[in-house]
Design a protein around this ligand. Structure first.
Ligand code: SER
Length: 444
């Protein structure tokens, strides 16, 4: 199934069931200062989950652009991404568990033709604060799942939100695709990472608010927030081993092969995947209506980190050319049908990438040499101190996470607290320096 068809089928299915279609919000949240990027479809909907009336009504469907950097170290496996699209359907105080479960199952089995025997689900097992979700368990049984397909898990697996410290949240039921392989061990289940189970959909029953003091109180209304990662469901529907084999990524990998002359294979798959994942994220962040650019703070810092990490990984493929622009051009061609803002920002995206490449590529080579020297100097303790990590940042533009990754690859660590102290000291000095220039009592 083509991605264009999958997106359309999802939206149409929920439209036919009374949902109004909402456009994706910006990747930079409007009403949430606690997070830098929209990490889930629910961000733009927080006021409405809390009870405000949504202009489109109580049933909504959308495809939301999301960026999550919390999982960035896992990118390179088959299913974690910095940028991804989340298919979501929403009930704002309208239907609840029964309809949500029934519609999800119908979409998966009747529209996508996934056999029921290949599904497994997880349900919240309850704890001291919130009771076990036996209602959801019975609903899954009613629609035809057997006991062996239903698993109870705790808060870590089956509770979602809030996004910041406070806000809407609730127990969830997650739906997994089970590829039918033998269980890897006796405890193997949906939370196992052996590859037998792939999480495809998360239905959150948002009926609680987490308060400042850590307690939970019922929300004014019971909501449903579902999220299905487009990359994973596309992979499952097409019987692919991992997300990179789908049309959302494979053409990017081929472009990298063409530009570097290196073939994608088992030994370098992690590098190819990181490059294609990060380039896609960078293109979407640069192409967003909020026009984020690489800087040393907030969203701009994350973008810079992603681009600089990509430059290093391309170098690990043995390529020292600026191929960012050509990769980005390809990504824009692949996605601007669904996201015309990318085409509209094409020149802007390519220029910013080129500029970031120009400003970092030379210092990367010098900085890597310097880092080697620093690591040698601390070979006894295997801890790079804050001062040296700060020099790599200040002189060569190495984000601290970048230095940490270099260190980890050698089995070293970095004194991040020491780095932060140095960073603050430096900021303070620059502040005094800047104000001093305008102070008449200071000779300039
Ligand atoms: N908010 C939930 C998630 O991100 C469901 O959309 O998984």
């Amino acid at each position: 199934m083509k991605v264009i068809e999958l997106r359309r089928k999802y939206v149409e299915f929920f439209e036919e069931r009374g949902h109004k279609v909402m456009a994706s919000a910006s990747l930079v949240p409007d009403n949430d200062v606690t997070v830098l990027f929209t990490t889930a479809g629910m961000h733009p909907l927080i006021p409405y989950l809390l009870g405000e009336r949504h202009p489109f009504g109580k049933r909504l469907v959308n495809i939301q652009k999301c960026v999550r950097t919390g999982d960035i170290d896992e990118v390179g496996d088959g299913s974690h991404h910095t940028y991804f699209e989340m298919l979501g359907n929403w009930s704002l105080g309208d239907y609840f568990k029964k309809e949500s479960i029934t519609m999800s199952l119908e979409f998966l089995t009747e529209v996508l033709n996934i056999p029921m025997k290949n599904l497994s689900v997880t349900v919240f097992e309850g704890d001291a604060e919130v009771a076990r979700d036996t209602e959801t368990y019975h609903l899954w049984k009613q629609v035809g799942l057997t006991d062996s397909q239903i698993y109870y898990y705790g808060r870590k697996e089956n509770w979602w939100g809030p996004v910041g410290l406070t806000g809407p949240c609730g127990p969830d039921t997650e739906i997994f695709y089970d590829n039918g392989n033998k269980k890897c061990c006796v405890t193997c289940g949906p939370s196992c990472s052996c590859g037998k189970y792939v999480e495809i959909w998360n239905n959150v029953f948002m009926e609680y608010n987490k308060n400042q003091d850590g307690s939970y109180s019922p929300l004014k209304q019971k909501n449903v927030d579902t999220g299905m990662g487009l990359e994973r469901i596309l992979r499952v529907v097409n019987g692919k081993e991992n997300d990179y084999e789908t049309e959302l990524f494979y053409p990017i990998i081929e472009k990298v092969e063409e530009l570097t002359g290196v073939k994608y294979g088992k030994e370098n798959e992690r590098i190819f995947r990181i490059v294609s994942d990060h380039m896609r994220a960078a293109v979407f962040i640069l192409g967003d209506e909020k026009e984020v650019v690489p800087t040393n703070s907030e969203q701009g810092y994350i973008l810079r980190r992603i681009i600089r990490r990509t430059i290093r990984y391309i170098k690990l493929l043995g390529n020292n050319e600026n191929i960012l622009v050509e990769i980005a051009d390809k990504i824009i061609d692949m996605y601007d049908n669904a996201y015309p803002e990318l085409g509209d920002h094409r020149t802007f995206i390519l220029e910013k990438l080129d500029k970031e490449y120009q400003s970092f590529s030379k210092s990367l080579v010098e900085g890597l040499k310097k880092a080697e020297k620093y690591f040698k100097g601390v070979s006894e303790t295997k801890i790079l101190n804050g001062e040296l990590a700060f020099r790599l940042f200040d002189t060569f533009g190495f984000p601290i996470e970048f230095t940490e990754e270099l260190a980890q690859e050698k089995g070293y660590s970095v004194d991040v607290i020491g780095f932060e102290l140095k960073f603050k000291e430096h900021q303070e000095k620059s502040r005094i320096g800047a104000s001093g220039r305008f102070n008449k009592n200071v000779a300039n």
